[in-house]
Design a protein around this ligand. Sequence first.
Ligand SMILES: C[S@@+](CC[C@H](N)C(=O)[O-])C[C@H]1O[C@@H](n2cnc3c(N)ncnc32)[C@H](O)[C@@H]1O
Length: 246
Amino acid sequence: MKSDSELGQEWVALAPRWIKKVREDGDPVRNGLLDSVMLDACGNVEGMSILDCGCGEGRFCRMLVERGAKYVLGLDLCELMIEAALELKSERDDYRVQDVQDLSFIESETFDLVVSYLNQCDLPRFEANNREVFRVLKRGGRFIVANVHPMRSASGKWYRNADGDKLHVMLDNYFDEGERHWEMLGVKFTNFHRSLSTYINNFIETGFVLKRIIEPTVTMEQLNVYPELEDELRVPNFIVYILQKP
Ligand SMILES: C[S@@+](CC[C@H](N)C(=O)[O-])C[C@H]1O[C@@H](n2cnc3c(N)ncnc32)[C@H](O)[C@@H]1O
């Protein structure tokens, strides 16, 4: 089991390459698939106070500011990500180095909306993040969580034929929750796999009402622009939960 400091070091190693990729080439999964789903799920954000858990270099915070949010606070454990986010900040967004499993520096019922854009898969204690987000949300406020789909985080591999063609995705070790080890942009890093019922039951036990689940896929128009998203037609790589504090 990796320690918190080992997990943090992985993001220190990844951050320079991640920031360069997102800012120079763009990430097709975000640009071509998830951004539109996340923005739709957030709805009209004009005048809202919003918290982004695991904001990275701040791209989604800036998108929320552009759409009229009154204030967006981005939190990330990785100092390099927060430094990069601060470089592009306006007077309506701010950033802080912070573990999102502990939001004790924020008063209860502060935010109208909280987002978690591909961050809960990085957390060894996602239940703590849920509990804290529930506390800092105003009544009626929503928590929008995008995550790696549990069908994909379990094993994550394609079964290929001798020519290397993708035949089907392997689903294995689904009930064996815990660490999974991957490589992204040439850097090894850790994610946490949990079953669908573990996620949903914890949202409900925390007090959230589950309003909607979205399993994003691509349209032909999106595929024309981002042909690398072909897998998204075949398997659910991601899942978005729309949660509300009653
Ligand atoms: C896949 S990136 C997503 C960044 C951003 N949400 C986006 O979509 O561009 C995950 C981010 O979570 C951050 N992270 C990982 N563990 C964290 C923790 N315990 N608390 C806060 N941030 C964390 C990482 O540093 C990284 O920036």
